[in-house]
Write a new protein. Structure first.
Length: 447
């Protein structure tokens, strides 16, 4: 449950329907003319259902009102709010807008059929409808408001149509039974806390149309084991995947430029992948320029990480508390850092950097053991079993000798010399890595 206050979002602000209706409200419910169990207001040819006083059960909302020139186009704010006896609702295709909190706190609502005309679902429209199990959003929906379906703990599946530009802040927060959330191509932004606490989610695919993943967007999705991040994402904000304890592997595409921390409502937020205790493999794309404060804080399963040359800023405590981390391989110049990026890592932790890179120092850099390596180089760590060395940046026609080391200090020749026929090649021999050993490989030019 969210305890951050109203900083990141305001439950009842944001989207509203595009027509103006003069409302006369009494005790939080708007009143006007009545038709059966419904109250309604008319503006031009647009009819808004403003309240319901019936016994509940299965309710079909009419498309029109006898004697009124117009069609029902909107379900008004709080119209069915707190109708605990409501079990099923069918909306006509004439409805285009479901306003704020229209069906909030309908504790026994199990099914909603939304007509194809709906384009906007307002803030908190179905807030805390705990028995709602399924929801089909029409393809014409373009706006899902803040907390629209939050705390719908019975909801198991949802598809976000491609016409939705942004999934609202907290839209599906704490939908703990949600096992399938399909985000269609066309969605460009996933709001703050959009799927926070969806502990039933196991797989998430973020399409390339998405450019921004909001603060805490998938935080505390404890069942999440796999996430695919599309190559259109440029920013992964603080806490986006924090606390996803069963996430084992993640690839950050080259389109991402920043793993942000930032501030929303209450100071600095946790790092993007903080406390992902099951994370054992991270691939950082070569477009990332900044790894924010605490980005991988307490990812205790990480043993090794490679930092691309594009990274120029390494945040405070970026990998702090990664107690299993023994090595960080940098592919470029030393990044700027406010300090302590590798605080409280493994006792044998060491930094390895290219011998030709600038800004580094040996035997220590910023207080951490550091030593150069000679490119091209490849490291194999415990758990790989066997490895085939591969190299980039070779000069075609040049003779090379493969050398192997266990400590980057003592090197020995392995196998015959070979002549490079391509800029990237794999060595035609496999090597075993056993008993927790690491092997380092390098090529030295030979006569």
């Amino acid at each position: 449950m969210n305890t951050r206050g109203s900083g990141p979002r305001n439950m009842l602000t944001g989207m509203s329907c595009l027509w103006l209706i003069s409302l006369i409200c009494l005790s939080g419910r708007c009143i006007g003319q009545t038709y059966g169990d419904f109250s309604y207001l008319v503006s031009g040819t647009n009819i808004t259902i403003t309240a319901y006083t019936g016994p509940g059960g299965a309710v079909t909302i009419p498309a029109s009102i006898p004697g009124v020139n117009g069609t029902v186009t909107s379900i008004g704010q709080d119209a069915f709010n707190g109708c605990s006896n409501l079990t099923d609702v069918t909306l006509p295709s004439s409805v285009t807008c479901i306003e704020e909190a229209a069906f909030a706190l309908c504790a026994n609502l199990t099914s909603v059929t939304i007509g194809n005309g709906v384009t906007a679902i307002g803030d908190a429209a179905f807030l805390t409808c705990r028995n709602l199990t399924s929801m089909t959003l029409p393809s014409g929906v373009t706006n899902i408001g803040a907390q629209a379906f939050s705390f719908c703990s019975g909801l198991t599946s949802v598809t976000i149509p491609g016409g939705v530009a942004s999934v609202g802040n907290g839209a599906f927060e704490d939908c703990s039974s949600l096992t399938n959330a399909a985000i269609s191509s066309g969605v460009t932004s996933i709001g703050n806390e959009a799927f926070e606490g969806c502990s039933g989610l196991t797989n998430v695919t973020i399409p390339s149309s998405v450019t921004n993943i909001g603060f805490w967007a998938f935080s505390s999705c404890s069942g999440l084991t796999n996430v695919t991040i599309g190559n259109g994402v440029t920013t992964i904000n603080g806490g986006a995947f924090s606390g996803c304890a069963n996430l084992t592997s993640v690839t950050i595409p080259s389109s991402v430029t920043s793993l942000s921390t930032g501030a929303v409502g209450r100071g600095i937020v946790p790092g993007a992948f903080a406390a992902c205790s099951g994370l054992t493999n991270v691939t950082v794309g070569n477009g990332v320029t900044a790894i924010g404060d605490g980005a991988f804080y307490e990812c205790i399963g990480l043993t090794s990480v490679t930092i691309p040359s594009s990274v120029t800023n390494l945040g405070f405590w970026a990998f702090s508390g990664c107690s299993g981390l023994t090595s960080a391989y940098f592919q470029g110049d030393a990044p700027s850092t406010p300090g302590s990026p590798f605080y409280n890592t493994a006792s044998q932790f060491s930094i390895y950097y290219p011998s030709t890179a600038s800004g580094w120092s040996t035997p220590t850099w910023n207080g951490y053991p550091a030593q150069p390596y000679y490119q091209p180089v490849l490291s194999a760590v415990q758990g790989l079993g066997t490895v085939t060395p591969s190299f980039k940046g070779l000069l075609v026609g040049t003779n090379y000798q493969l050398q192997v080391s266990t400590d980057l200090s003592t090197w020995s020749n392995k196998g015959p010399m070979f002549t490079a026929t391509a800029a990237s090649e794999a060595y035609p021999q496999r090597f075993s890595v056993t008993n927790g050993n690491r092997l380092f490989f390098r090529l030295r030019s030979a006569p």
